[in-house]
Design a protein around this ligand. Structure first.
Ligand code: AMP
Ligand code: ZN
Ligand code: ZN
Length: 430
C-alpha cells in the first residue's frame, strides 16, 4: 500500500513534471513564434504617390476633358492653385516641392546655373552636372524617408538621380523624356507590388507632355487640353492599378504641377540689345528671367548693366540681386546672378540674334513660364486624395513650400528643417 501510494506519488510527480515541462516548452514555442511574427510583421504604412504634371496651369483641370483628375479632386482636396517659387521654372520648383525649401536655400536657383566654386561648367538639366551632388542642398523627402527606415522610389524627379547627403531613393531611373507614359505608370505599380518590407512608401511620378505642348502651342490652345486628356488616361490607369492591388485604403495621391503657363505674343518682345552692349555682358538662363553679369575682362560693372536697362521699357524690370523683391525669396544664394532682368506676364525677353532667328523661321511664340510668383498665370495644380485627406473640399491656393511638410506628416516622418509649415497646409488633412 505504502509502495503503491509512493508509486502513485512518483507517477503523479512525473506527470506534473512532464506537464510543467510541456507548459514551459509551449511557452518557449509561443515566445519564439511571437518574436518571429514580430520580426516579419510590417505595419501597413501609409503610401504617398507624388505625381507632377509639368506646366499644368491651375485652370486646365476645368477646361480639359480629364475625368480621372476630376474624380480624384472630388474624392479629396483640390486647391484653387499651387503657388510656385521663383523662378517659376522646372528644376527649382520640383526641388522645392520635395524639400520645402526656397530655391535660395536648396541651391537649384534655376534650370541653368553657374558656380565658380564648383567649376567652369554650367549646370544644365540635361548634362552630367545635374547628377553632381555639389549642386543639391537640402533634404528631399525620399532622403527623409530612407533615413527613417522607409523606402522611396522615383519614376523621374529632378534630384532623384543624385546622391544627396549620401542617400538616393531605393529605386530611381535616369531621366528619359521619351520614356513611354504607360511604362512609367506600370513601373510605379511594379514597385507597389513588392513585398511589404521592400515596398516604397514614397513614390514620385513625372510627365512633361503638358509643359512641352504649352510651350509650343500656348496655354489657350486646344492642343494643350488634348495633352491634359492624354495624361488623364495615365492617371486613370494608375488609380485603377492601385485599386487592383488592394492598396486604395493606404495610398495618398498628391497631384501637383511645378508652375503654370502664360500666353506669349510676337508683338510682346523686348530685345536686350536695344539697350545694352551685349558684347560686354554674359547671360544665363532664358526668357522671361535672364541673369546678367559683366563679361570677364569687360570694363562694364553690375551698376552699369542696371543703369543701361532700368526704366527703358515699361514691361522690363531690372534688379541687383540684393534688391530682389522680398516675396520672391531670391537674394541670398551665391548662384543667383548679380543682375536679374525680368519681364511682365506674357512678355518675352530675348537677344537680337534670337529674335532674328524667330523672324526667319516664321516662329509664332506659344507659351512660357518663369514669371513672378504673384501672377495667377503661374499657379499650378494641387490635388490631395487619400485616407488622411479631407473629402470633396476646395481650398484657396496653397504655397508649394508647404507640400513637403504635408507629405512627411502623412508618412509619419519627422521633416528636415525647411521653409514650409504644416500649420499653413494642415487644413487639407482630416
Ligand atoms: P521647363 O521648361 O522649365 O518646364 O522644363 C521642362 C523640361 O525639363 C522637360 O521638358 C524635361 O525635358 C526637363 N526635365 C524634367 N525633369 C527632368 C529630369 N529629372 N532630368 C532632366 N530633365 C528634366
Ligand atoms: Zn516645368
Ligand atoms: Zn516649361
Amino acid at each position: 500500500m505504502k509502495m503503491d501510494s509512493m508509486a502513485t506519488r512518483i507517477s503523479k510527480t512525473r506527470t506534473n513534471n512532464r506537464s510543467a515541462a510541456r507548459r514551459a516548452l509551449s511557452a518557449v514555442l509561443l515566445a519564439v513564434l511571437a518574436v518571429g511574427a514580430l520580426g516579419a510583421f510590417q505595419p501597413a504604412r501609409p503610401i504617398v504617390i507624388l505625381v507632377s504634371l509639368d506646366g499644368w496651369r491651375h485652370d486646365y483641370s476645368h477646361r480639359a476633358n480629364v475625368p480621372a483628375i476630376k474624380a480624384l479632386a472630388e474624392a479629396g482636396v483640390r486647391s484653387e492653385g499651387l503657388i510656385p517659387t521663383f523662378p517659376t521654372k522646372t528644376f527649382p520648383n520640383h526641388y522645392t516641392i520635395v524639400t520645402g525649401l526656397y530655391p535660395q536655400n536648396h541651391g537649384i536657383v534655376s534650370n541653368t546655373m553657374v558656380d565658380p566654386s564648383i567649376g567652369p561648367e554650367r549646370f544644365t538639366m540635361s548634362s552630367a552636372t545635374a547628377r553632381d551632388s555639389r549642386w543639391w542642398s537640402g533634404e528631399p523627402l525620399w532622403v527623409t524617408a530612407e533615413k527613417q527606415g522607409q523606402r522611396a522610389a522615383s519614376m523621374f524627379w529632378p534630384g532623384s538621380e543624385v546622391e544627396i547627403g549620401s542617400v538616393r531613393p531605393s529605386h530611381w531611373k535616369p531621366y528619359q523624356d521619351d520614356f513611354p507614359h504607360r511604362e512609367r505608370v506600370n513601373q510605379v505599380l511594379d514597385w507597389l507590388r513588392l513585398p511589404e518590407s521592400e515596398r516604397p512608401t514614397f513614390i514620385t511620378l513625372y510627365f512633361s507632355l503638358v509643359d512641352t505642348v504649352g510651350h509650343n502651342r500656348g496655354p489657350e490652345s486646344t492642343e494643350v487640353l488634348a495633352a491634359c486628356a492624354e495624361l488623364d488616361v495615365e492617371i486613370a490607369a494608375l488609380v485603377e492599378g492601385v485599386r487592383a492591388l488592394g492598396l486604395s485604403s493606404r495610398v495618398h495621391y498628391v497631384i501637383v504641377s511645378d508652375h503654370g503657363m502664360s500666353q506669349l505674343s510676337n508683338s510682346r518682345i523686348i530685345t536686350l540689345d536695344d539697350y545694352l552692349d551685349m558684347s560686354q555682358v554674359q547671360t544665363i538662363d532664358g526668357s522671361p528671367v535672364i541673369g546678367l553679369s559683366p563679361r570677364p575682362g569687360s570694363s562694364m560693372t553690375n551698376d552699369a548693366i542696371v543703369a543701361a536697362l532700368r526704366g527703358k521699357h515699361p514691361r522690363l524690370t531690372v534688379y541687383k540681386r540684393e534688391e530682389m523683391p522680398a516675396h520672391l525669396h531670391y537674394r541670398t544664394h551665391h548662384r543667383i546672378p548679380p543682375v536679374i532682368a525680368m519681364v511682365d506676364d506674357g512678355w518675352t525677353l530675348a537677344s537680337r540674334p534670337q529674335v532674328l532667328g524667330w523672324q526667319k523661321d516664321g516662329r509664332v511664340l506659344g507659351g512660357a513660364h518663369g514669371y513672378d510668383t504673384n501672377l495667377k498665370s503661374m499657379q499650378g495644380l494641387f490635388i490631395a486624395t487619400g485616407p488622411q485627406f479631407r473629402r470633396g473640399v476646395v481650398v484657396p491656393p496653397v504655397q508649394s513650400i508647404h507640400v513637403y511638410e504635408l507629405m512627411a506628416r502623412v508618412l509619419g516622418l519627422t521633416p528636415a528643417p525647411n521653409d514650409g509649415s504644416l500649420r499653413e497646409i494642415a487644413h487639407v488633412l482630416r
